[in-house]
Design a protein around this ligand. Structure first.
Ligand code: C2E
Ligand code: MG
Ligand code: MG
Ligand code: MG
Length: 285
C-alpha cells in the first residue's frame, strides 16, 4: 500500500510538473511575439501624499493581454521574460512607453513624477542607463521626475555592480526607490550602502496592520528608520481608510493602493487627474 501510494503521489507530482513546464513553454513562445503584436501596454497607479492628500506621481505597471492566455499578471510573466532573455526588450518598451505617455500629459501636470519598475537583470546587462537618459532627453522629461524602482531581494549576486550603477543613476538625477521593502534579506545594509531616495513598504505588511500588532510594530520601525535616515516611505496596497490614517499617524509619507485608485490606462488616468480633489484625510475622522 505504501509503495502504491508513493508511486501515485509521484505520478501526480510529475504530471503537475509537466503541466507547469508546458504552461511555461507556451508562455515563453507567446511572449516572444508579444512586443511585435502590441500585446503589452502600461497602466498607471497614483501615489498620494499623506500630508496634503494630493497626487505626487504614478507608478507604471506593465500588462500583457494575450489572445491565447488572456490577461497574464506581471508576477507570472516577468520571471519568464528574465529567464528567456526577453527582459531587456520588454524593459526598454516599458521605459519608452511610460516616458512617452507621461510626457504627453506633462503640459498639464508638470510636476507629476513617474515610477518605473526595473528588474536587476535589466539594470545590469541592458544598457539601461544610456537608454533611459536618452528617452528622458527625447521626451523632454527631467531625470529628477523619474523614480527607478528596484527590488532588494534580487541584489545578492551582483551587489558591487548594482551599487555602481545606482550611484551613477543617482548622479544623473534619477531617484532610486527600494520596492517590496522588508521581504528580502539585506534591508538595512542596503539602506546604508545604496543611494536610496524612497522605501516602499511591501503590501504584505500593510494588509494586516489593523489586526496584527507585530506587523504594526514592524511598519512603525520601518517608518522611523526612514525618518532617521531622511528617506521618505511609501506604503503599498493601502485599501482601507483606517490603514491610511494609522500609517499617516506613524509618519509615512506616501500611499498607493485601491483606497485611492487602481492602476489605470492613460486615458482613464487623464480623467482621474482632471477630476481629482485632494484626498480629505482630515475630514474623515
Ligand atoms: P510592485 O512593483 O510591488 O507593484 C505593486 C503591485 O501591487 C501591483 O501589482 C499593483 O497593481 C498592486 N496593488 C496596488 N494597490 C493595491 C492594493 O490596494 N491591494 C492589492 N492587493 N494590490 C495592490 P501588479 O501590477 O500585478 O504588479 C506585480 C509586480 O510585477 C510588481 O510589484 C512588479 O514587481 C512587477 N512589475 C509590474 N510591472 C513591471 C515592469 O514594467 N517591469 C518589471 N521589471 N516588473 C514589473
Ligand atoms: Mg513597484
Ligand atoms: Mg512593491
Ligand atoms: Mg510587489
Amino acid at each position: 500500500y505504501q509503495a502504491k501510494k508513493l508511486r501515485n503521489s509521484h505520478a501526480v507530482f510529475s504530471e503537475d510538473l509537466q503541466k507547469k513546464s508546458d504552461e511555461r513553454a507556451v508562455m515563453e513562445s507567446e511572449l516572444r511575439g508579444a512586443i511585435d503584436n502590441g500585446e503589452l501596454y502600461m497602466v498607471y497607479q497614483p501615489q498620494v501624499e499623506a500630508v496634503t492628500g494630493k497626487v505626487s506621481g504614478v507608478e507604471a505597471l506593465l500588462r500583457w493581454n494575450n489572445p491565447l492566455l488572456g490577461l497574464v499578471p506581471p508576477d507570472r510573466f516577468i520571471p519568464v521574460a528574465e529567464d528567456c532573455g526577453l527582459i531587456n526588450p520588454i524593459g526598454n518598451l516599458v521605459v519608452d512607453t511610460a516616458l512617452k505617455e507621461i510626457a504627453g500629459i506633462h503640459g498639464d501636470y508638470e510636476r507629476l513624477r513617474l515610477s518605473i519598475n526595473v528588474s536587476v537583470q535589466q539594470l545590469v546587462h541592458g544598457g539601461f542607463r544610456d537608454y533611459i537618459k536618452q528617452k528622458c532627453a527625447d521626451y523632454d522629461l527631467p531625470n529628477s521626475l523619474i523614480k527607478i524602482e528596484i527590488t532588494e531581494s534580487l541584489f545578492i549576486e551582483d551587489f558591487w555592480q548594482i551599487e555602481n550603477l545606482l550611484k551613477l543613476l543617482s548622479g544623473d538625477g534619477f531617484s532610486i526607490s527600494l520596492d517590496d521593502f522588508g521581504t528580502g534579506y539585506s534591508s538595512l545594509s542596503v539602506l546604508r550602502k545604496l543611494p536610496i531616495n524612497e522605501v516602499k513598504i511591501d503590501k504584505s505588511f500593510v494588509q494586516d496592520i489593523l489586526s496584527d500588532p507585530h506587523d504594526r510594530a514592524l511598519i512603525k520601525s520601518i517608518i522611523s528608520i526612514g525618518q532617521s535616515l531622511e528617506i521618505p516611505t511609501l506604503a503599498e496596497g493601502v485599501e482601507d481608510i483606517d490603514q491610511a490614517l494609522l500609517l499617516r499617524q506613524y509618519g509615512c509619507n506616501l500611499f498607493q493602493g485601491y483606497l485611492f485608485a487602481k492602476p489605470m490606462k492613460l486615458e482613464d488616468l487623464k480623467i482621474y487627474l482632471q477630476g481629482f480633489e485632494p484626498y480629505p484625510f482630515d475630514a474623515v475622522r
